[in-house]
Every structure is written in C-alpha cells, then in structure tokens.
Design a protein around this ligand. Sequence first.
Ligand SMILES: Cc1cc2nc3c(=O)[nH]c(=O)nc-3n(C[C@H](O)[C@H](O)[C@H](O)COP(=O)(O)OP(=O)(O)OC[C@H]3O[C@@H](n4cnc5c(N)ncnc54)[C@H](O)[C@@H]3O)c2cc1C
Length: 508
Amino acid sequence: MARDDVPVLIVGGSLVGLSTAVFLGRFGVPSLVLERHRGTAIHPRAALVNQRAIETYRVAGLQAEIEEAAAKEFVQNGAIVSVESLGGKELDWYFRFINEGVEHISPVPRIFITQIGLEPVLLRAAEGLGARIEYAQEAVSVEQDDDGVTAVVRSRDGGEERTIRAQYLVAADGAHSPIRERLEIPNLGHGSFSDSITIYFRADVSRLMGDRNLSVIYVFGPHIQGFFRFSLDLQAGFLVVNSTIDDAGTKSVRVGEDMSEPTCIAYVREALGDPDLAVEIENVQRWSASAEYAERLADGRIFLAGDSAHVMPPTGGFGGNCGIQDGYDLAWKLAYVLGGRAGDALLSTYDAERSPVGAFTTEQAYTRYVLRLDPSLGKDDLQPIVDEAAVELGYRYRSSAITGLADDDAWEDPRAPTGRPGFRAPHVDLGGDRSTLDLFGSDFVVVAGDERWRDTAGADVHVVARDVADAYGIGADGASLVRPDGFVAWRGDDPGDLADALRAALCR
Ligand SMILES: Cc1cc2nc3c(=O)[nH]c(=O)nc-3n(C[C@H](O)[C@H](O)[C@H](O)COP(=O)(O)OP(=O)(O)OC[C@H]3O[C@@H](n4cnc5c(N)ncnc54)[C@H](O)[C@@H]3O)c2cc1C
C-alpha cells in the first residue's frame, strides 16, 4: 500500500477544512485535505459570514477577494425580517441592516457570501500557501498511536487504497462526523428537533421583493414556517421549511417525509404569497435541524472542528462561523507545537478554549430557533438570548495558557471591549484602513504603554498611543500580551512578569 507523510491531515474539505488549511498555511505548515465530494460547495448553505470570521480572513489577506466574490452574489448589508409571505404582511425586523450598530467594533463588516462563492477563494488561498486538496477521496479508517495518526484512504474512482501518516489530524468531517463516532465522543445538547428541507427553486420574485434589500426572510405562513434567501438577480432562491401546519392547525416538524415536487411548489408559492407564480424546483435537500456539541474536541492527536464539533440551527448564522474560529484557534497551536516553539500541552488548550464557545454558540442558535420559529419546543431550558455581536466577537477563552483570568465573565459586549485576558484584543482604528488587529496574526505581540517593554524576548513589541493603551486597559505604562490569534494572553504593569506569562502562554 502506498504511503504519504504529512504534518497535518484534514479530513473534510468544506468551509472549515479549507479555512483551517489556509490558517495552517500562513504559518508555513503544509496540510493535506481529503474531501469525499468532487469539488467545492454546490449548495449555498452558509451566507452570513460574521465580523470575527472576516477578521481571520483579513489576516490571511483575503478580505478584498471575498468582498469582490460576495458582491457578485448579494447586495450587501441587507435586512433580516419576518413576513407572512414575501408579497404579504411584514411582521418583524430583526435587523434593518446587518451591519447596523457594529461598524465601529471591527475593521471589517459582516458579509453575505454563500459557500459556493467563498469556498473557491479559500481553495485557491490554501493551495497558494502549500496545502494539497484532494477531491473524491474518502478517509475510510483512522488510527492513532503515540507518534502520529494513520488514515486509510480510498478514491471514489476506484484503485488501490493508500495510507497517509500524519502527526496530527483535524476532523472537519461534518455533522455526522464518522471520526467523532469512531472515537466514541458523545454529543450533548438538544438533539434533533426538525426533519427540515431546503428547496432550491427558480422563480421571478422581483415584483414581490420590490425595492427592499432583504438578506434573510423568515416566513410564518398559514401552512409553513421557515426562511428564504434569494439570488442577486431575484430569479432564484431557496426556501428552508422547518415545520408545516395542516388545515386543522396541527403542526408537524416531519417535513422531510414529503419532498414531492407538487408539495414543494405549493410551499414556495405560499411563502412567496403568489399562488400562480411560475416556480421550477431545482433540488430538494433533507436535513435535520439540531443543536448539539461534542463532549470534548480532542482525543490524543485528533481534533474535531466545525460541524463535527457542534451543529446548530441556522438561526443566527453562527454555525459555519464558529467552525472557522475552531480552525483559527487550532492552526497556530499546531504550528507552534510542530515548530518546537511551544510545549505539547498547548494543544490541550484547544478543547479547553473552544468547547465552551461551541456550547455557548449552539445554545444561542437554539434559543433563537425556539423564540423565532418554534416556541412549542419549550422555554424552560433556554439560555437567555445574548446579542449577536457578543456571540460573534465577545466570547472568552479560559485555559492554562491564559494568565490573569480574575473574574468569571464568559462573554462581553464587543462594543465596549475591556482588553481583559481571554478576550479578543480590541480593535482601535489607526487610520487609513489600519486597525490594531493588523498587528496580530503571526507572532506574540506586546502592546505596550511605554518604552520599558522594548526588550521583551520572544515577542514583537509595539509601543502604542494613549487611546490604544486605554482601549487595552493598560494605562500609560502597562502592557498586554496578545497571541497570534489576536486573543489577550496576559496584561500587567511589571515587565518582570512578562517572561512567565509568555512561558505560560506557550505551555513551556
Ligand atoms: C440552510 C443553511 C443555512 C446556513 N446558514 C449559515 C450562515 O448563514 N452562517 C453560518 O455560519 N452557518 C450557516 N449554516 C451552517 C454551515 O453551513 C455549516 O456550519 C458549515 O457548512 C459547516 O462546515 P464544515 O466544514 O464543518 O462541515 P461540512 O460543510 O458538513 O463539511 C464536511 C465535509 O467533510 C466531508 N467528509 C466527511 N467525511 C469524510 C471522509 N471520511 N473523507 C473525506 N471527506 C469527508 C464531507 O463530504 C463534507 O464536504 C447554514 C446551514 C444550512 C443548512
């Protein structure tokens, strides 16, 4: 059997696998990505890419390319609303503009781009940074020992199986993750609550849309509940149906049991509010709406990322974004450990930091699902709703690599960031489209209030202006230690304490 050796093997080459390959590539770590499908996404799925995800792509130099690709798909900065039908009564406006009120908290906006538009950008970038992406390849077994991971791989086009030996494996293999199942890592959370469908259709909706710019449209019709998104030319779109209501008023979440064309046409026409509109069904996908997260994200040399680690309903648009952040947290850690710059224990902070964030984000998506789409699921076990921006940018990391976690706050409002250890380092506008966030991304950085910190070994030092120092909570003479992923690892007043903080941050 042929054998191939790579530092990092990524199983699953969709949104999260490709993002992780980009982030690893930035650190000079070549990865091999195996994907069972024959190419990048053919269904739009995720479209709301949040500010934190765009920040990570900005670090990788991809912001402009993503904005350009996004403009081909959507008029940006649209609204999120609910309606009785597209042509009928408007019920609620969740967002007038998706970037309203968050413009100043990041150098980047929330962007609407589907996985069809985004994944080719990520693929090109990953390959340019040294990753190898192999399509129509399936990892059929994965075993690990003290020194590495061995995967047996089969081509969908036949031929002999081959073996790949890697030092680490990232399981970005989706909600039904065969690798998570093989590792017998249980899922926690709420399980499945709707056998939903997504109907991809063609129809001229321009008259019904009028001059509104609606990015996501929740529909509460007499017989269906779900949501729409439309293409830029308003000649196509998809309708997700999460539940149906019969003439007697009985609700059902077993939508997937009838995916026949006449039924789907009837759903689309009702949701559009025009019983006679010409509708052509292109494709119907059945999927389970669930809110679950893995009990742990690591097992030895194998790490779960993306939907394999947490799967959540689309309400909030959090799922893919959360997975991208898994990859961002993991990539620099793998690079530092592989390069001998950090102790192996740094890798165990991946689970410590990302598990609670995955659970928190999943619960937030579930709360929105229950409140917006299906109150009958019950409100007793709901987490109170937390503002979108806090879910996206305000979560906190807790692990042995972060020093000075003096309080219990699990999240903060990124509109008023504090710069406390464990939080994302604040964005301060430096003028000319430059942000403090542009200082981070490769090495550890000391953001310092004065010159006393200049001689720090093992980190880049930036002595900053007073407004930045204030935003970072370091005053005129303190400093913050910021990790390559832009999170604050420590802050303090005494340069003598910095070496210990850096050692802790590297798990040395
Ligand atoms: C209708 C809808 C709308 C959504 N909207 C949003 C949104 O606006 N914003 C957002 O952030 N998220 C959204 N999501 C969620 C988002 O689509 C997912 O969270 C995201 O696609 C997860 O990416 P992933 O790479 O982790 O997993 P997946 O996209 O499921 O990819 C896993 C990949 O692994 C491959 N694979 C599995 N096993 C193997 C194997 N053994 N060998 C080789 N390959 C393998 C599969 O072929 C697959 O391509 C939405 C989802 C839906 C359904």
